[in-house]
Design a protein around this ligand. Sequence first.
Ligand code: GLY
Length: 570
Amino acid sequence: MKKNYLKFVAVLSLLVFLFLQSLYATGGKLPAYAKHGMVTSSSIIASEVGRDVLKSGGNAVDAAVATALTLAVTWPSAGNIGGGGFMIYYSHDGKATAFDFREKAPLAAFEKMYLTPDGKIRNNSNHDGILAVGVPGTVAGLYLAHQKLGRKPWKELVAPAIKLAGKGFPYTWALHRAVTSYYAKIFKKYPSTAKKMLKKSGQVYEPGEIWRQPDLAKTLKRIQKYGRDGFYKGETARKLADFMKKNGGLITGEDLAKYQAVERKPIHGTYRGYDVYSMCPPSSGGVVLVEMLNILEGYNLKEIGWNSALYLHLLTEAMRRAYADRAYYLGDPDFNPDMPLDKLTSKSHAAALRKSIQLFKASQSDSASFSQIYEGDHTTHFSIIDANGNAVSMTFTLERSFGSKIVADGLGFLLNNEMGDFNPIPGVTDSRGHIGTPPNRIAPEKRMLSSMTPTIVAKANKPVLLIGSPGGRTIINTVLQVILNVIDHEMNIAQAVEAGRIHHQWLPDVTSFERWAVSKDTRQLYENMGHKVRIRNYQGSAMGIYIDWKTGLITGAADSRSPDGGVAGF
Ligand code: GLY
């Protein structure tokens, strides 16, 4: 009798603990817990919107639509309807698929469109200004995923974003700080952007003030009513095309009408008995991630020890080799049908590369060969698990923070500057960071190469780890290190997401360490092997969920590197 009573008290305490945990968001080293479903994103408001969709019977894709559209309202630096991205979906019974809604070059784009007659990039125009805008893909991608896999009515899923845009929400400290310290000046260059992002007086909203975006609410209403066509046809498309024409941009009504999101087969690899599903080209994320995992599988990383000098050396050498392959081989699959994806993700390719790695001695990246393109690091990721065990891992972006900083008159959303992810100078590849290799050169309707790495790790046909991050080229290495932290080092999801990380990308031949990631004497040992180090403040902002199928417990973490982020579960 007493034993049963104690058991009852223990179970009750656990349930009360789980309930309390799931009521509020948490970042930091303590994961959030839930029993049924969870969303983690860069905006706690968006996570809660997604959680409410799950709670009211929606599935992971329904929650992804609602979360993504809410992020376009509450996390405008990267959440978007004016950009693009990728979604990995993994069903409760082990089926994986991917949705590609990467932006495209407009029909009028051409290979040397950013170059002066003497072959230099004109005024950074591939990153700045209206010519940097690619044809947006987000609405088409969300709509396609919803048509294929959604359960709740589309209209219901758009409603929370409309409400938040129309009625407003309290401006956050993080938004205030970012806009005050840097962006306000740039926003003032475009009256339509200033109208959205600043007060009528031109001042920045104060933390806690209610921020309303009425034009965005109107655009979202059209998307709610007409679905995909609410963006790519009718009033929205007309206003966008007119704005482009008036301001020297390239995107036309035809570009918008022709845009299609695509369902693709994700990259699949294995790592120490786990299945890894991640994004295929036009993202390089999945290929590079699987290639690095394959190389590292040949070492006992647990025994070598987390962030020891040898561990960092092996990671660096794996990164160097996989990023070199990225630059050489990868681009839009519709324009590069012969990319050797099977070879690049094979165990035999990894074994051959591993043979070229010397223990305790750095290799050299050959700058005469090829290098990396610049990529902005302002992207955003969210992860979702629903009550039936279906999972979504989605990353989307405007490229730089607030994209091109351009809002088309009357539409209320920021446009991307994703054209900067193409190789701008054909044939010019050097150690300063130019890359001119063919797979990622500009062509009409081509998708620019990405590093976004939305990933789902599965075991026995069940999703166990959902992970992704912003961070441009660093994304793939952030995702890699979170996976290693969980699988090799047995960290909980919050520890895995918070732990300090490093980045190497073949060229330039230097490793960046997060400021607090590595001790001084470890750094010394690492440099003694021949590596160069620079320090950066932070790398990425991972949003992870871990599911323990034995206990049924879902744990999640929103990286504390994302100031407005949070987890919401139930
Ligand atoms: N613009 C960042 C990326 O696509 O990876």
